[in-house]
Design a protein around this ligand. Structure first.
Ligand SMILES: Nc1nc2c(ncn2[C@@H]2O[C@H](COP(=O)(O)OP(=O)(O)OP(=O)(O)O)[C@@H](O)[C@H]2O)c(=O)[nH]1
Ligand SMILES: [Mg+2]
Length: 301
């Protein structure tokens, strides 16, 4: 049997649907998703199988104009993901079309994309009519020599199977990179921290989700088969701590319940989750926070 295997990086503007597509192709939730921009902070690998092909999807942070050190490290991680991949998929939102952000990505691709396989995936096609899609496909293909164009809805699933098949067929021949039953390449403690960060992002408003990070501090396997997980939510200011806790601790309690429920589902066993909120004014400039997130601190310089 000839097997194929390789890396497929998903890039695009924040909110384009990269993580949704990663989860769709893997067939399980390996990367967190919210309606807010800049949800994904580091490269998240998910493993999908298509016949004899193993497709290692590399979900990346959205590409935008970075302001903070964290933003710069995120954007660097995204481009790094594309540089290391066998195939790069650019996701563009059907209803938003060619935004200034997409223009910028296209010109950067023009610089580094030479000799690389770049595929276009127009996502969220459930939000537009056919004529809009055809015009957008034409415009985008006039601007960049994409190897192929797919029209998909990562959320509803349209076009996902075709894209997956194409990716599998275009990966190089070679042995699989992961065991057949592995779906993600992220330590459990990091997945657990990401799940909590997703719940916080969904629950908190405005800038706050961008000013916090979550780390799994301790993990204890108990004799009854359950796990005790202790996590720290780092915030930058005193005022933020109060908001994260909420009136009588209601906010953190509901975040904790939602995160625990999802963790239990993911791990298939009982979890005791303990969240602690700590104020750490300089966490955005601490190298250790970056390595915990899976980012390179130096990339943010
Ligand atoms: N209508 C519609 N919504 C979608 C589709 N795909 C993704 N979304 C939604 O778009 C939002 C962003 O999805 P994500 O997968 O988090 O996007 P992302 O590109 O990973 O975003 P960042 O991690 O912030 O860069 C979520 O609310 C998704 O439910 C789609 O095909 N149709
Ligand atoms: Mg994402």
């Amino acid at each position: 049997m000839t097997t194929r295997a390789g890396f497929v990086a998903l890039i695009g503007e924040p909110n384009a649907g990269k993580s949704t597509l990663t989860n769709r192709l893997v067939g399980a939730k390996v990367s967190i998703v919210t309606h807010k921009v800049q949800t994904t902070r580091a490269r998240i690998r998910g493993v999908a199988m298509d016949g004899d092909a193993q497709i290692v999807l590399v979900d990346t942070p959205g590409l935008f104009k970075p302001r903070r050190r964290l933003d710069r490290a995120m954007v660097a991680a995204a481009w790094g993901g594309a540089a290391d991949a066998d195939i790069t998929v650019l996701l563009v939102e059907a209803h938003r079309g060619i935004t200034p952000g997409v223009e910028e990505i296209l010109s950067r691709l023009e610089e580094i994309g030479q000799g690389r396989t770049v595929v276009l995936a127009i996502n969220k096609i459930d939000r537009v009519q056919a004529p809009v899609l055809l015009a957008l496909t034409k415009d985008l293909n006039e601007r960049y020599a994409f190897a192929e164009t797919f029209m998909i809805s990562a959320e509803k699933g349209h076009g996902a199977a075709d894209l997956k098949r194409w990716l599998g067929e275009h990966l190089p021949e070679g042995p699989w990179l992961y065991p057949e039953d592995q779906i993600a390449d992220l330590p459990l403690r990091m997945i657990a921290a990401e799940i909590t960060r997703e719940k916080l992002t969904l629950r908190l408003h405005q800038e706050l989700p961008y000013q916090l990070t979550v780390e799994t501090e301790a993990w204890e396997e108990r004799e009854d088969g359950s796990a005790r997980i202790d996590q720290i939510v780092y915030v930058a200011r005193d005022g933020h701590k109060g908001i994260v806790l909420g009136h009588r601790g209601e906010t953190i309690k509901s975040v904790s319940t939602a995160a625990r429920t999802e963790l239990e589902e993911f791990m298939g066993r009982k979890v005791h989750l303990f969240l602690q909120v700590k104020v750490r004014p300089n966490w955005l400039d601490e190298a250790e926070r970056y390595s915990e997130m899976g980012l390179d601190f130096r990339d943010g310089a």
